[in-house]
Design a protein around this ligand. Sequence first.
Ligand code: GLC
Length: 471
Amino acid sequence: MEIIHVSAECYPMAKVGGLADVVGALPKYQQQQGHIAKVVVPMYRTKFLYENEWEVVHKGNFAMEKMNFEFTIIKESKNKLGFDLYCVDINGLLDREKVYGYDDDTERFCAFQIAVLEWINKWEHLPNVVHVHDHHAALIPFMMQHCFAYNKLKNTATLLTIHNAQYQGWMAWEKAAYLPAWNTWLWGLLDWDNIVNPLACGIKCAGKVNTVSPGYMQELMEEANGLENLFKQEYAKCSGIINGIDYIVWNPEKDTYILDNFSVIDYTEGKALNKKKLCDDFGLKKELPLFIFIGRLVGEKAADLLPEAIRSALTLYEGELNFLILGSGDTVVENALMNMQSSFVGYYNTQITYNEKLSHLMYAGADFLLMPSRVEPCGLNQLYAMRYGTVPIVRRTGGLKDTVKDIDEKNGYGLCFNYATLNDIDISIQRAIELFNNNNKMKEIRKRMMLIDNSWIASAQQYLNLYTSII
Ligand code: GLC
């Protein structure tokens, strides 16, 4: 089967969050299972772009209302990622340093999607499935079915995967004129609440829709940033498939980003060495439990609760724990986290940045990973943590609920709480300290987590079943 993934992110070419990890891993597993999986993303000016070799595979042009664009599709020549990675180069529009956050993001992602279709429309053999990810690619199923220029793609199967339904790509109705001529009787497919809503349009038009965990799909029926009724309406074609993790990139036995490699057999020593390195580098105490948070400092992740939660833990349980934070996002949260450093020297440190390498070392050296998320479609960090023997402390929501079992349950291995509140976080930290002080139990749990199979194998098969059902 031939699949083309269309996405705004793909690790290691461009990463903002977990979307990149998924789009960088699933196709690799699909290739390994004997399929052809390709990925196409915008050509941003990233390190990966400059460090690799590319060949031009297609050139074309299109008009978006009164603007004319020339585009080039380039392909990474060495098959470094285990699948063919293509990038859409549109001079002046896509070739920027950041992935998102520009005033003309609507124009950028409309142009990206049109360029992708202009290109696929010229293929001699069409793919079996066009698999689009999130709102940046969610207008594609509509365009394939209803833009006259893409009539050839009308019957090609489409799957929309929603990694985050909070962001929907809303655009003013005037901007619908960007799309190549379409059957205007069908305007209702683009509309949700009197505005063009690309994510809603994708839900209506894609052959099937899935989110990245079954739990999140259930929650979307109740709370989906305005799309609850649409999810209820389209329930029959919606499902949840839990993300896997890339076992090649995230492997404590071979990871080149960490100081000392370890397996489920010799993790005690390996984790201790990585922890020592972290504690030395960030001025923390290696004999105390090390709690970490890694991720975007935004409301969805409940990052706004972190400063107070940490302050209170470091005060209440003074001298009993360390905290290390890695992430960036809201400046208010960033400043609050940084300003606290002088009050807790020796027990707390914050790195306001995105640093893939440091994140690996943190999973390897830490004891607990805190994820108090308000919304978590799947969450990958808890899965990475578990593979590296770090106990996840998670709020029972979305994918966190689906992947972490509390230690008080039979064969449990994590710490779970119900509400994204200071009180629930505090109780969990207390439980974590108790667990840490029970050496035997801690060992048993680390081992149990490290043996769980969260690789892509099973989930990749579920995607295949979904494709088969829509072809
Ligand atoms: C988004 C979600 C996260 C999920 C990831 C990959 O970043 O917020 O929960 O794991 O996408 O699907």
